[in-house]
Design a protein around this ligand. Structure first.
Ligand SMILES: [Zn+2]
Ligand SMILES: [Zn+2]
Length: 189
């Protein structure tokens, strides 16, 4: 059996920031991704949607090792797979629907057509009229370079937040609360 992979790419803005949405407060922010992080995210996504024979069931240990991330605005935690924006989720769904269409066309519609597509002459005449499933265009609008960069000194990482946000910014990676004010507090080491 051939291995199925999702060829999926998500746009980042000019500076490499990737849009995320908090599953709790629904506010959007952006994360500057490091090498391989996009690939890891897409692999995680594939794992959660596609079950193939080689993949094993997750154990409780695996679950406990899943990293939690923190919303910069409301400070609530969720695992890495919880931060897709509505547009990204739509994009993912289109890809998955196309994948299902491919599989059905390949494994069901085409073989049936080959077998029953021609008019057969014989005691029993069956003709298969099924149409192949159509695929949708998977497209996402390019990412605008909006929002304001915020340095996460705790982790040496950067996020982009809404320019109007003046309250505490929680680190997406470690959850450290960065109080805002005249002097920006730096984390204790
Ligand atoms: Zn939030
Ligand atoms: Zn941090």
């Amino acid at each position: 059996m051939t291995e199925t992979t999702i060829q999926m790419l998500f746009p980042v803005d000019d500076e490499g920031y990737f849009r995320r949405e908090c599953p709790y407060c629904r506010k959007e922010f952006k994360v500057l991704l490091e090498k391989n992080e996009m690939g890891d995210m897409i692999r995680q996504l594939e794992d959660s949607y596609l079950i193939d024979e080689s993949s094993e069931l997750k154990t409780d240990d695996d679950r406990e090792q899943e990293a939690l991330f923190t919303c910069p605005y409301c400070g609530q935690e969720a695992d890495g797979d919880s931060w897709w924006t509505q547009e990204q989720l739509l994009h993912i769904r289109t890809h998955l629907e196309n994948l299902v269409a491919d599989m059905l066309n390949e494994q069901l519609i085409r073989p049936l057509k080959r077998k029953f597509g021609r008019k057969t002459s014989g005691p029993v005449s069956i003709r298969f009229e099924g149409k192949e499933m159509e695929k949708k265009k998977a497209w996402m609008s390019p990412e605008a370079s909006d929002m304001k960069i915020f340095d996460l000194l705790c982790c040496g990482r950067k996020v982009k937040i809404e320019p109007e946000w003046s309250e505490t910014v929680y680190c997406f990676f470690c959850g450290f609360p960065h109080a805002r004010g005249a002097a920006m507090s730096s984390p204790e080491n």
